[in-house]
Design a protein around this ligand. Structure first.
Ligand SMILES: Nc1ncnc2c1ncn2[C@@H]1O[C@H](COP(=O)(O)OP(=O)(O)OP(=O)(O)O)[C@@H](O)[C@H]1O
Ligand SMILES: [Mg+2]
Length: 337
């Protein structure tokens, strides 16, 4: 009995602690000796290794609503709709002990408006290791799936990858960047994992989170924001309902958008469409100030103004929204400080 327990602890230790890799170069007998000593130690402190190496356990994965809320309020500028939906969506999902399907968020908007930025915040509020967590996986169409003719290989690789990772940790997060450039067949291949299945081949995907990022619908969001601006209405008055119809229509009807080809939408597999508004001058100034703070520089409004002034805005005559959002601020700042 004692023996069996020792073996179990040893096995668990090797799987969860990553000591397997560390032990490799050492001779087996030393390793066995070390393991025996460690096993004795571990029998007294069974949870100690969880603290050293990331495991699929609450020590490493737990949702912190306050963290996410504070991050969204303080660091994300000009996205009152997105920040509200995201907090509600993630909080609701994490507080549900028995979700019927994985959480699927689809983030839409113009370039540089904060889609990747928010994904990072979500990851940080869930995983101690944030984006560096072994349970957070990012796919970029052009990087991971560049050749259309290899689509069948990509499909099976992606399916196996998702299955393997969710088997390893049900609370895995998958971020698909540049979703609009993703081959429709590839999107179709992940569909089963997003659906209402109890289990697929013995694996339950219901605790996983899928986040899709795309520029699809960006133009229709801009149009709505511009209409509000022209009508002299405040940006904060824009509500989700003002964008929803336009957004789903433009995502649906855009033949270039991967989502259009698939039944992700008509099968209601996406739980939340999250619109990102185009950013204005004042948000760019905020981004520049935030970047200075991140670099431990004294926030200097006149420099931030200069950075913001040198960006390009559209429509040409009114100069309301930044063409590149806040995206180029990080590199631009180097010229000014
Ligand atoms: N709304 C925002 N609030 C604060 N910072 C922002 C915001 N949007 C963008 N930024 C800053 O700009 C950087 C680039 O933004 P991000 O990568 O999130 O853009 P994106 O929406 O993913 O754009 P793309 O569609 O081109 O991929 C972020 O890392 C962040 O520093
Ligand atoms: Mg992005």
């Amino acid at each position: 009995m004692k023996h069996r327990r020792k073996h179990a602890v040893l096995l668990w230790m090797l799987i969860c602690s990553g000591l397997a890799e560390a032990i490799e170069p050492i001779s087996t007998s030393i390793a066995v000796g070390m393991a025996a000593a460690l096993t004795g130690f571990l029998a007294s402190y069974p949870n100690i290794l969880y603290y050293f190496h990331e495991c699929c356990r609450p020590e490493w994965i737990s949702f912190n609503k306050t963290d996410l809320n504070v991050d969204l309020q303080r660091k994300l500028f000009g996205q009152h709709i997105a920040s509200r939906i995201i907090l509600k969506a993630v909080n609701g999902f994490m507080n549900n002990d028995n979700p019927k399907k994985p959480l699927v968020l689809s983030l839409h908007g113009w370039t540089g408006t904060g889609k990747n930025f928010v994904s990072k915040m979500i990851a940080e509020s869930l995983y101690k290791e944030g984006m560096n967590s072994n349970f957070v996986h990012v796919f970029t169409s052009e990087l991971h799936f560049p050749h259309a003719h290899q689509i069948d290989t990509y499909k099976s690789q992606l399916q196996q990858w998702i299955k393997g990772n969710v088997t390893n940790c049900p609370q895995s997060m998958f971020i698909f960047d540049e979703m609009d450039k993703m081959h429709p067949g590839l999107i179709d291949s992940i569909k089963p994992y997003l659906d209402y299945y109890d289990k697929l081949d013995g694996v339950s995907y219901r605790k996983a989170i899928f986040i899709f990022l795309s520029n699809a619908g960006g133009e229709s969001i801009i149009q709505t924001a511009l209409d509000f601006w022209k009508a002299g209405r405040g940006r904060e008055e824009i509500e989700l309902s003002d964008l929803e119809t336009a957004l789903s229509l433009s995502v649906f009807n855009n033949k270039k958008s991967g989502l259009w080809h698939t039944s992700l939408i008509d099968k209601n597999l996406v739980d939340f469409f999250v619109p990102f508004l185009p950013l204005e001058y004042k948000h760019v100034v905020q981004c520049a100030l935030a970047e200075m703070e991140a670099r431990d520089l004294e926030p200097d409004t006149s420099i931030a103004d200069q950075v913001a002034r040198d960006l390009i805005y559209f429509p040409k005559s009114e100069r309301v929204f930044s063409v590149t959002g806040c995206k180029t601020i990080v590199s631009k700042l180097d010229y000014y400080v």
